[in-house]
Design a binder for this molecule. Structure first.
Ligand SMILES: O=C(O)c1ccccc1NCC(=O)[C@H](O)[C@H](O)COP(=O)(O)O
Length: 317
């Protein structure tokens, strides 16, 4: 199996560059590092998503040094089988008549800083489950979201039964195995970062491990592209209402995309669409449900509540 994917995107598919075009500003030199001066402006990340992705490449290298892929694969093999993420959403939606809730365990974000200072991931996860969430999303990024893979492991070990999404910025197959070895039942794949060849490759890796994928788009063009992926109906699609470049959040993004011919195709093919980000009220839930979403992914509005169980109940009321 190929373990690292190409840093070259197919022309026109993605605008996020996987690496700085002129190399890293800081170069390792034995036990030291030196700064390379005078690099052109194009060597700076064009937005936060690119900055996160560039950081990931280094982060994965460090993780691989500490825990080689073969070890991770052996650990992934020993895990209990994954839970059915898609089935949990469908079951909850059928039971309640509302979109299935993927409740996000989120301490902080680049757009909002710290959202929940009193952050106990296990307490929050249990409260979400008690409140009626179908599945949970656990942010594992440390640098930008103050999350961790350990949170995923701890939530799984604490007896939470909802299937878990590993909310990570995946650019390497290594991270897919890391997700499974940490107890994930599903992974996030971002179309703005990954061309279809890489999406297909990661979907295959996830499927082989029994996990589902949530494939996230933000534009009609990205949706048109991911609808061409073989077997995409076995996974979930998501529309992120947050522009990950500018942080602007607009629920109208979901409606506009679902009203397009590609949104119609999603409905015709029976694919679960997840409305993501910026969902604060029962009216917001009704709006994205009306637009055609069978599920919602919600972080800030419920994680910042003192009592997240009540927060979930109120949102789904
Ligand atoms: O949340 C951010 O600021 C952010 C910035 C850059 C990349 C991703 C980001 N968030 C990831 C998400 O998509 C959200 O955590 C998720 O959809 C929940 O959103 P919300 O309910 O608005 O917290």
């Amino acid at each position: 199996m190929r373990v690292a994917c190409s840093s070259q995107a197919t022309m026109g598919e993605v605008t996020i560059r996987r690496r700085p075009p002129h190399g890293l500003e800081t170069q390792p030199c034995g036990p030291h590092a030196f700064r390379v001066g005078g690099l052109p402006d194009e060597n700076k990340p064009q937005n936060i998503l690119e900055e996160i992705v560039w950081w990931k490449a280094r982060e994965v290298e460090v993780m691989r040094d500490k825990q080689p892929l073969a070890l991770l694969q052996a650990l992934a093999k020993k895990m209990d089988p994954p839970r059915d993420f898609k089935a949990a959403i469908l079951a909850k939606a059928k039971e309640t008549g509302r979109p299935g809730l993927i409740a996000e365990v989120k301490k902080a974000s680049p757009s909002k800083g710290v959202i929940q200072p009193d952050f106990d991931p296990v307490r929050i996860a249990k409260a979400y489950e008690a409140g009626g969430a179908a599945c949970l999303s656990v942010l594992t990024d440390e640098k930008f979201f103050q999350g961790s893979f350990q949170n995923l492991t701890r939530i799984r070990a604490a007896g939470v039964t909802c299937p878990l999404l590993c909310k990570e910025f995946i650019v390497e197959a290594y991270q897919v195995f890391k997700a499974r070895a940490s107890g994930a039942d599903a992974i996030l794949l971002i179309a703005a970062v990954l061309p279809n060849a890489d999406l297909a490759y990661f979907m295959k890796a996830a499927t082989n491990l029994g996990m589902a994928c949530l494939i996230e788009v933000h534009t009609e063009g990205e949706l048109a592209r991911v609808l061409q992926l073989p077997g995409v109906e076995n996974h979930l699609l998501g529309i992120n209402n947050r522009d990950l470049g500018t942080f602007k959040v607009d629920l109208a993004t979901t409606k506009r995309i679902m009203d397009s011919e590609w949104g119609q195709q999603v409905k015709d093919r029976g694919i679960i669409m997840v409305g993501e980000s910026g969902i604060f009220t029962p009216e917001d839930v009704a709006f994205v449900q009306q637009a055609g979403c069978g599920a919602i992914l919600v972080g800030e509005s419920i994680v910042k509540q003192g009592d997240p169980e009540t927060g979930v109940k109120a949102l789904l009321a």
